[in-house]
Ligand binder design. Structure first.
Ligand code: NAP
Length: 249
């Protein structure tokens, strides 16, 4: 099984719920120092910290809206004070604001871009030097099958998730000299609050398009992220790994 070396420091953005929370629990179980970032779900973030500590791991929760550069920089200061430099950054925080393009406002377009790409910019800037200097530095971006296929009513979201492919490949090149890697996962539809927001009828239609005939669980995604965070993935960089139950793209 792939595990990360113990005492590495991993920060996961948007780790209070869903996929991010499961990634945090997995990395905590492997012996990492885990930073559970959240925006507003404070109780849930501390629940994730409690889960990690209950299994003998080490974690802290840090509030920061990833769209706010000053807040991200303050989070970086706090993380450095507590754990020192970061080895692994997982850019997971993301939102949807679904509308057909015809009815989508500029504000709805920008709100999604601000979190899903602006947040990635702020966090990657804040931890870039750490990841570069780390012995097995890892930058892992959470994209989506929607970035590969597009999706009705998600022009804003699909655009941000496709954008992460170019970002991943470019940073992989720019960090390659250091030996640190940059990869991306593109999960299919995963059973979290984000999917719960989708109308039941649409969920049924989506499920029919999945060859494995089920939605992903957060564990399906976190297992692959755990591998990308591990030493075993050292010769992989600039890759986009689909975790989508066999959906074509
Ligand atoms: P989720 O259950 O809705 O959780 C979203 C997480 O992101 C929460 O922890 C939330 O924190 C955090 N977040 C949102 N905006 C933030 C901000 N401005 N600053 C900091 N944190 C913020 O979502 P999920 O389904 O786990 O999705 C996680 C990632 O996987 C996203 O990037 C998403 O696009 C991607 N993904 C999801 C699916 C899916 O079907 N679920 C499929 C493919 C890809 P608070 O609770 O504190 O607000």
């Amino acid at each position: 099984m792939s595990t990360i070396p113990t005492n590495r420091t991993c920060i996961i953005t948007g780790a209070s719920r869903g996929i991010g929370a499961q990634i945090a629990r997995n990395l905590g179980r492997d012996g990492a120092n885990v930073v559970v970032n959240y925006r507003s779900s404070e109780t849930k973030a501390y629940d994730v910290v409690d889960d990690i500590e209950a299994e003998g791991g080490t974690a802290i929760a840090v509030q920061a809206d990833v769209t706010n550069k000053d807040a991200v920089d303050a989070m970086s200061d706090r993380v450095h004070d507590v754990f020192g430099p970061v080895d692994v950054l997982v850019n997971n925080a993301g939102i949807t604001v679904d509308r057909t393009f015809k009815t989508m406002t500029r504000e709805e377009w920008e709100r999604v871009i601000d979190v899903n790409l602006g947040g990635v910019f702020n966090c990657s800037k804040a931890f870039y030097d750490d990841v570069k200097q780390a012995e097995h530095g890892r930058l892992i971006n959470i994209s989506s099958v929607v970035g590969q296929q597009g999706n009705y009513g998600q022009a804003n979201y699909a655009t941000t998730k496709s954008g992460l492919f170019g970002f991943t490949r470019t940073l992989a090149l720019e960090l390659a000299n250091s030996g640190s890697t940059v990869n991306c996962v593109a999960p299919g539809f995963t059973r979290t609050d984000m999917l719960a927001d989708v109308d039941e009828e649409i969920q049924d239609k989506i499920r029919q398009r999945i060859p494995l005939n089920r939605f992903a669980e957060a564990e399906d995604v976190s297992g692959v992220v755990r591998f990308l965070a591990s030493e075993e993935s050292s010769y992989m960089t600039g890759q986009i790994l689909g975790i989508n139950g066999g959906m074509e793209w």
